[in-house]
Design a protein around this ligand. Structure first.
Ligand SMILES: [Zn+2]
Length: 372
């Protein structure tokens, strides 16, 4: 079982930048493509790694025999190819995966990102590093900075985005196998996605528990304390701090995550990844759990999660391959845009444009009315 961590292994050219604008450790910016090609260094590294990892260095992949098949997986390596695939293959087991990018249009900042602005109020706490807020050991010693940050995330009135309702629409149409989210903002629940279709991989603010006696608390209870600026203390044992059930760095992901990924990904017939930079593990590596015939659509402001050339040479084909040269086996499509625009485009092309628009309008009206 793997704990929550940022993916900075196998980085070829530099450490993960610390400004929150993290790039995955792949060739996404093109820089890594320059790994000393001509001077034999690459061969040496490849040989070293393959010996260390006991991997085959042959070009033929033994274990991922992609049949250069009679039939292409996608008719075109673009959004139209995905739309044709959905219409023709009648897929019914779509998995969606989402990160902070689907919630930014709701006004929710990427709270794990030091560049989000949320950290400006925390300077007086002299954090060893910004991420310390999400480290359990630090929290146990000093929970205050976390709750100061949480207070900024809790104002009322965040409404789910077009992307959230697009996922709900997939469910209503009977096409959604499961939605995996990295977000803890509960907007999938607010959008009406049922519990059984939802995996909150990094936990949720929806519930919390006492770190001493494990007593459970709900969001309204925690919210009353946090908004007042007090640290929520357990009313059962009168000692423990009540921590929202979001997953901190170094903590295990929820059991539900581990049990469902085993069954879900292998049967998926389409994977849609939205608004995630795919740098936090083990979430990021889920994209490689689907079968080699399962198309993968990335809707994001930039290309992320791509195959590392070096790892590919030693037989590891993890990550996306958007290279049009691989058209005959191509199944990865990148729609480079913000998530809401991408979801609107996709639904229009599927003929669901009006339906999505009406759903968003009606639901937002309903949420506004509830607040009055
Ligand atoms: Zn307690």
């Amino acid at each position: 079982m793997e704990k929550l961590h940022e993916d900075n292994e196998f980085t070829c050219d530099s450490k993960v930048k610390d400004d929150g604008d993290k790039q995955p450790s792949t060739s996404s910016n093109g820089k890594n493509n320059n790994v000393s090609d001509g001077d034999g260094a690459l061969e040496k590294i490849t040989k070293y790694l393959s010996e260390k990892l006991q991997l085959s260095t042959t070009d033929e992949d033994d274990d991922d025999k992609i049949e250069k098949s009679e039939e292409k997986i996608l008719s075109e390596l673009n959004i139209d190819g995905i739309v044709n695939y959905i219409n023709e293959k009648k897929c019914k087991k779509i998995i969606t995966m989402a990160g902070a990018g689907i919630s930014t249009a709701a006004g929710i900042p990427d709270f794990r990102s030091p560049s989000s602005g949320l950290y400006h109020n925390l300077e007086k706490y002299n954090l060893p590093h910004p991420q310390a807020i999400f480290e359990l050991d630090f929290f146990k010693k000093n929970p205050e900075p976390f709750f100061v940050l949480a207070k900024q995330l809790l104002p009322e009135g965040f409404k789910p985005t077009i992307s959230h309702y697009f996922i709900r629409l997939l469910w209503e149409k009977g096409l959604l196998l499961r939605h995996y989210t990295q977000n803890v903002d509960t907007l999938e629940r607010v959008a009406g996605l049922p519990n059984e279709k939802l995996v909150e991989a990094h936990g949720t603010f929806h519930t919390g528990k006492c770190l001493e006696c494990q007593a459970s608390y709900d969001l309204p209870w925690m919210k009353r304390k946090i908004v007042r600026g007090t640290i929520p203390k357990c009313e059962e044992c009168l000692e423990g701090v009540v921590k929202p059930n979001i997953v901190f760095f170094g903590e295990m992901l929820p059991d539900r995550f581990h049990s469902l990924i085993e069954h879900d990904f292998i049967q998926a017939d389409l994977l849609i990844i939205m608004g995630s930079s795919l740098v936090v593990q083990p979430f990021a590596s889920l994209i490689d759990r689907v079968s080699f015939k399962c198309p993968r659509l990335l809707i994001n402001k930039e290309k992320v999660g791509m195959q590392d050339r070096l790892l590919r040479l030693i037989g590891l084909r993890q990550g996306f391959d958007f290279d049009p040269k691989n058209r005959d086996i191509g199944r990865d499509v990148a729609l480079i845009d913000d998530c809401d625009t991408g979801c609107q485009l996709l639904s229009q092309k599927l003929g669901w444009g009006e339906e999505l628009k009406t759903l968003v309008e009606n639901e937002h009206k309903r949420l506004d009315a509830e607040k009055l």
